[in-house]
Design a protein around this ligand. Structure first.
Ligand code: HEC
Length: 158
């Protein structure tokens, strides 16, 4: 082997090592960039799961549409969140929205749940909750029906 051949071989060797190092650095850099861009590694998760995550992000827990708290169906008014936080844990909010009562009966319902259903002491929220209930879910007034007009009466046959 003459000097020139030796030199060529060394250059080739150095070139090879450089290429390996470069590929290595390239792979590590790409990985790091990927982890920074997508820390949740969502690209590797199943499609349904990532779709679910997207839906979860979009739906606002306390979204209000046309004055109704969408998640529970309760009317948006003062005291809404106190009711959501204290009255939808054990049963559906429907049990609240389907009932219409005066102050005494709402109070009695809450007392009954506290005495028999382990409903906790509502503290200062009790007044807020009862005000909300009486204001938004008062008894429905049953009025007289309108007088019938324009009826053609007929004789009942025996
Ligand atoms: C610790 C659990 C719990 C919590 C919290 C709770 N309830 Fe109840 N509530 C119950 C149970 C149990 C029933 C009976 C359910 C049934 O009959 O299916 C009930 C029934 C009711 C009823 C129906 C009563 C009737 O006469 O039929 C109403 C109205 C009601 N709850 C309103 C509320 C309101 C308003 C709040 C918030 C202050 C609330 N609940 C919080 C447990 C709870």
């Amino acid at each position: 082997m003459n000097e020139q051949e030796k030199f060529r071989k060394t250059v080739k060797e150095v070139h090879r090592i450089l290429m390996i190092v470069l590929v290595f650095v390239g792979v590590i850099t790409s990985l790091m960039v990927y982890i920074v861009v997508d820390p949740g590694l969502s690209l590797f998760k199943s499609k349904e799961k990532s779709d679910y995550a997207v839906v979860e992000e979009v739906v606002d827990e306390d979204l209000i549409v046309d004055g109704i708290h969408v998640r529970t169906g309760l009317i948006e008014a003062e005291g809404l969140m106190e009711v959501v936080n204290n009255c939808t844990n054990c049963h559906s909010a429907k049990l609240v929205t389907q009932n219409r009562m005066n102050k005494e009966r709402w109070e009695a319902t809450i007392d009954w749940m506290q005495a028999t259903q382990n409903l906790w002491d509502l503290g200062r929220n009790e007044e807020i909750i009862i005000n909300y209930l009486v204001t938004n879910y008062p008894p429905v007034k049953v009025g007289r029906r309108a007088t019938l007009t324009g009826i053609e009466w007929y004789e009942l046959k025996k």
